[in-house]
Design a protein around this ligand. Sequence first.
Ligand code: NAD
Length: 306
Amino acid sequence: MSEGPDPRSAAGAPSEVGPLGPHETTVVVIGAGTMGHGIAHVCALSGYDTVLVDVDDIRVAAGLSRVKANLNKGVELGKVDAADRDAALMRLSGSSDLVTAVSGAGLVIEAVPEDLELKSDLLRRIGEAAPAGCLVASNTSSLSIAALSESAPDPKRFLGLHFFNPVHILQLVEVVHGPATSADSLAAAVTFARRLGKEPIVVKDSPGFASSRLGIILGLEAMRMVEDGVASAADIDKAMELGYRHPLGPLKLTDLVGLDVRLAIARYMHETTGSERFRPPAILERMVAEGRLGKKSGRGFYDWND
Ligand code: NAD
């Protein structure tokens, strides 16, 4: 049995803590993948002490080196000052020890895969280690905040903070309030998102929120069009890019998001809404089964090896 103070009681009463919890300036991001490394990047660059957590040291190191590479690229492009990059890297650390990392957090943001069981289990483990008054957020793209809040340490201090990929470039953050989220927590999350230089929108807890619900429809329909042989993936994307001024076609975007991520969202939306619009097309199921996950695996609707 471990000895020492219980981190939940050591931090003092929730009423005494600031809007981002007892350790105001420390953000812990859990999951160092596509989203987690980007969230850690913007937090560290905005002045927060940031800890990036994953299941093992190899994944943590991979996430940290992606942040470093993106910051270096920002400096090369003249978008980030070298001094700001250096300061951000000083504020950023990694850990595969969830309990220790979370025990010093003012805000915890989870960015693990889109799986209700996995996220619920993680939230319970966060609850065992997080200081009282800590704000906890999920980066889920579609899952019910109400369902997740059943496992959250304090449902009043739990909400959705939905960032967009690539996080260091895209401005939107959906702030999703669950049934029990307090007005203070919501206000703190909006302030936090603005401090990251993001544009927050406050959204009701509803499957797919304001973004994924529409975005996934476009992506799934584009996949059905590939299945039907309407046009090539590149030409379907071109239709949306040139004809509708979308910055990125729906299939290229699917490759960037990850086909596995989109499949998980489609399955969840189909199950929860019962609408056939969200049924995952066979081509998506097949490509994920074949390991064609998009940019991260080298191949999706496009070949990214070049
Ligand atoms: P990803 O697969 O790229 O990364 C997930 C990371 O979580 C992996 O590194 C994995 O090792 C780690 N992980 C798994 N279980 C863990 C645990 N118990 N503790 C610590 N780390 C753990 O996934 P992603 O694309 O970054 O998606 C993460 C979340 O963000 C999902 O909820 C997804 O729906 C959402 N999201 C994704 C995108 C996107 O474009 N990919 C956009 C917005 C939101």
